[in-house]
Design a protein around this ligand. Structure first.
Ligand code: ATP
Length: 199
């Protein structure tokens, strides 16, 4: 099965673009959503996260997100340790999900592909881009988040121009109608590439 990575900076529109691929019948796996879900569902993850962050990690069944965010903010070592607990579980969950899919290719949305040197896990990569200011405004509106917090996340992500250089396809997400058209074009290009690679 061909795995197409869908990446882009915070608020670029990865999930929006993913939903347009889904409308074309392409299965989409959102790594971030699955990670959040596994952090609640998996007993192993729960136990390890409590060992790492302490008793306040969960409020009952729910993850205490503000507490964890405050812990990992400015502490890269803790963030790395959390990722080392969560990422392998997401990877095995993705493998199981992949086996159940029946489509010419699947899309895996992940904000961080190049930053963690994971490009080799994908056959093709799409980067979604959008104007920086537009991205900040979208996320401020979506998450009621502060500009400073979003800018801090952006400063830890690779720039669009770096991502573009490393990508097979780029989708510029400004007005949604144009984005939808670009998704359709990209979908056909991917199908052609797959078809060609069979010979
Ligand atoms: P994150 O990096 O936080 O996961 P993302 O890259 O997946 O974000 P989306 O969640 O798809 O981005 O989009 C961010 C917000 O901007 C959402 O509220 C979405 O509805 C809105 N949005 C996305 N694309 C557009 C667009 N072209 N025009 C207007 N609003 C948009």
């Amino acid at each position: 099965m061909i795995i197409v990575g869908l990446t882009g900076g915070i608020g670029s529109g990865k999930t929006t673009v993913g939903s347009f691929f889904e409308a074309l019948g392409i299965p989409v796996y959102i790594a971030d959503t699955e990670a959040k879900s596994l952090m609640v569902r998996s007993k192993v993850i729960r136990r390890k996260l409590i060992a790492l962050f302490g008793d306040k990690t969960y409020n009952g069944k729910e993850l205490n997100r503000p507490y964890i965010a405050s812990k990992i903010f400015n502490d890269k070592s803790l963030l790395d340790q959390m990722n080392a607990i969560v990422h392998p579980k997401v990877a095995s969950h993705f493998k199981r999900w992949l086996k159940k899919q029946d489509a010419p290719y699947v899309i895996k949305e992940a904000a961080i592909i190049f930053e963690h040197n994971k490009a080799s896990e994908y056959d093709l990569i799409i980067t979604v881009t959008a104007d920086l200011e537009e991205r900040i405004k979208r996320v401020m509106h979506r998450d009621q988040s502060s500009r400073a917090k979003i800018e801090a996340i952006i400063s830890n992500q690779l720039s669009d121009s770096e991502k573009i250089k490393k990508s097979d396809y780029v989708i510029e997400n400004h007005d949604l109608e144009s984005t939808k058209n670009q998704v359709l074009t990209t979908h056909h290009q991917i199908l052609k590439t797959i078809e060609k690679s069979k010979f």
